[in-house]
Design a protein around this ligand. Structure first.
Ligand SMILES: [Zn+2]
Length: 266
């Protein structure tokens, strides 16, 4: 398999044209003609992930987050990002990003999150594209049976990789929960959609005090705030399965390195 072949398969699932205009997706480093035998999937393009790729002998790292979201005038090894570029190129490791195009894909980041926290059956976007009701941000689905907010939070914590911050819950722990909205990554922008979606709880990441407080005060669904990294991590296996299930001769591995920004909880 060449890098071009691998990219074609990923882009069939995550068309770059669906990325937000501010986003930076696609090939960051690597020669399209190079051979790819081992592909490491990770949320963040950071030094620990590059080290893992190097130790395993990966030819390609596929990350969710872009290395450079804005332009740069230097990749000198005087910054963490420049150093990472050096590590990759010196070791023939390519870097490819599928970010907001993976968020809105079907299945995409929030489908994997929904399954990880126990949602079953059909999932529909929380904020569908006007021209495509099956794609868009976030997902709404149902639990197999009604439970409480407390029990659902425990179930969600079990289904997501552990992070020091764990989950934070806003709402009555005894509140009945069956219909659930989820969105991988920062979910502030979807609070309005969640408020009118007829769901019992909205699980996402990076919620801030004021929007969350006003949301709950106004009688909206309960909120669960998870670690950003943890909400996007379940997608990695879903992305890896595209290569695995195609029968191509590449080895895939999902990085278990916790790269969430918050490293301790007290
Ligand atoms: Zn993210």
């Amino acid at each position: 398999m060449t890098l071009t072949d691998v990219i074609e398969m990923l882009e069939a699932a995550y068309p770059p044209a669906r990325a937000e205009s501010w986003d930076a997706v696609g090939l960051v480093a690597g020669d399209p003609a190079q051979q790819v035998r081992r592909v490491l999937f990770a949320v963040d393009p950071v030094a620990t992930v590059a080290d893992e790729a190097l130790a395993w002998g990966a030819d390609l790292i596929v990350t969710h987050h872009p290395l450079y979201l804005r332009g740069t005038t230097s990749v000198a090894a005087t910054t963490p990002k420049g150093r990472l570029v050096h590590t990759l190129i010196k070791n023939d490791i390519a870097l490819y990003t599928a970010h907001t195009n993976a968020d809105v894909a079907n299945p995409g980041v929030s489908d994997a999150l929904a399954r990880a926290v126990g949602l079953v059956g059909d999932l529909v976007p929380l904020q569908p594209f006007p021209d495509d009701p099956w794609r868009g941000l976030g997902r709404i689905g149902e639990l197999p049976e009604q439970t409480t907010l407390d029990a659902f939070a425990a179930r969600a914590a079990e289904g997501l990789p552990h992070t020091p911050g764990g989950l934070r819950v806003a709402g009555d722990p005894a509140r009945p929960v069956r219909r659930v909205a989820v969105s991988g990554g920062a979910g502030d922008s979807l609070l309005a959609a969640a408020a009118t979606a007829g769901v019992d709880v909205f699980l996402t990441a990076d919620l801030r005090h004021h929007p969350a407080s006003e949301f709950v005060e106004s009688g909206g669904p309960a909120l669960i705030d998870a670690a950003h990294w943890a909400t996007e991590w379940p997608w990695l296996d879903s992305a890896a399965s595209i290569l695995r299930e195609s029968g191509v001769t590449v080895e895939t591995r999902v990085s278990a390195t916790v790269t969430d920004a918050w490293t301790r909880g007290y």
